[in-house]
Write a new protein. Structure first.
Length: 318
């Protein structure tokens, strides 16, 4: 059967891939892109949030037990009272046709477990596709540790993005917080690529494939150590590994959506980051995305306002 489709093709690590596809009965273009990304040198984590339901999302690079990202839930996923619905994570439409994303709320433990504390060596890269909403306040996109005295954090600051390395307090060599800020780069309702890079003695921030901020420092940084008990009882390890929507000590003030998260154990080059953006940006333009997301939020608000009173003698059954 011939199915017409609109494709935008770019070259990613020697492979020509479609950046969007509406063809039914064929693998989605984002799946092909994810397959190619898994082959890139140094990649150690890749979450696509494609499940669309449930309380787990896979790290596509590791099928070992407890390698999934565990999503918070209460009773049923994002269920309970109205406060729960506002605070807990929930599944949403992603940036690709037919693909899901995850909306992260304001609860402290939106992600219950990831088992990721750092890479081998020092340099690393974090890539995320996120979507913000107006008036969300300061949101923590991703972090390891508290992002102040240890670990790192990537968060919004007004309409800008802040990437920080946490180090022990002080003014000596290897002491004091180091951060780089990209100002006025976030646009509400629009999917955007954020890339944070530690490259030797430089912090770099890229937004939508372009360098948006850079900061030189003394180059001293150590990833948080994995807790000693993590391998003995991995199922209950919730002590400061990779988090979304919070650090080990601070939570987000508002909600944001995430469509993809990838981490490399090296500093990606500018050309690689630009290629990632060109391959994975949504087919819909910014204005169309704004209209679509506003309509989605309006529908959700309407549905959240619907309540059903069941007769007491039904015991919850019709």
């Amino acid at each position: 059967m011939n199915v017409s489709r609109k494709l935008k093709t770019v070259m990613l690590w020697g492979c020509f891939l479609p950046a969007a596809s509406l063809a039914e009965g064929e693998a989605q273009a984002w799946e092909k892109l994810a397959d190619a990304k898994q082959q890139t040198p140094g990649i150690v984590r890749l979450y696509t949030f494609a499940e669309g339901r449930g309380l787990r999302t896979r790290n596509l690079l590791d099928d070992a037990p407890f390698s999934d990202m565990v999503i918070a839930g209460k009773g049923v996923f994002a269920g309970g009272n109205r406060e729960d619905k506002e605070n807990y994570p929930r599944w949403v439409n992603g940036r690709w046709p037919g693909k899901s994303g995850l909306s992260i709320g304001t609860m402290r433990k939106s992600i219950g477990r990831t088992h990721f504390y750092g890479v081998e060596g020092k340099d690393f890269t974090v890539e995320m596709w996120v979507r913000t909403t107006p008036g969300a306040g300061r949101v923590v996109f991703a972090s390891v540790g508290d992002g102040y005295s240890n670990g790192w954090r990537l968060n919004s600051r007004g309409n800008g993005v802040d990437f920080a390395l946490g180090r022990k307090p002080g003014r000596g060599q290897g002491e004091g917080l180091v951060n780089v800020l990209a100002k006025d780069c976030l646009r509400a309702h629009v999917w955007q690529q954020l890339v944070a890079v530690l490259n030797d003695n430089n912090l770099q921030l890229y937004v939508d494939g372009k360098l948006a901020g850079e900061k030189a420092f003394d180059g001293v940084y150590r990833h948080p150590e994995t807790p000693a008990g993590r391998h003995r009882t991995p199922e209950i390890d919730t002590r400061g590994g990779l988090q979304l929507g919070t650090t080990a000590s601070h939570k987000s003030e508002g909600r944001f959506d995430i469509d993809e998260l990838a981490i490399w154990s090296r500093a990606l080059a500018p050309a690689e980051i630009a290629t990632l953006y060109a391959a994975a940006r949504p087919e819909a333009g910014p204005e169309e995305q704004v209209e679509q997301h506003q309509a989605e939020l309006a529908r959700r608000k309407q549905l959240d306002g619907i309540t059903i009173e069941l007769p007491k003698d039904t015991f919850g059954y019709f």
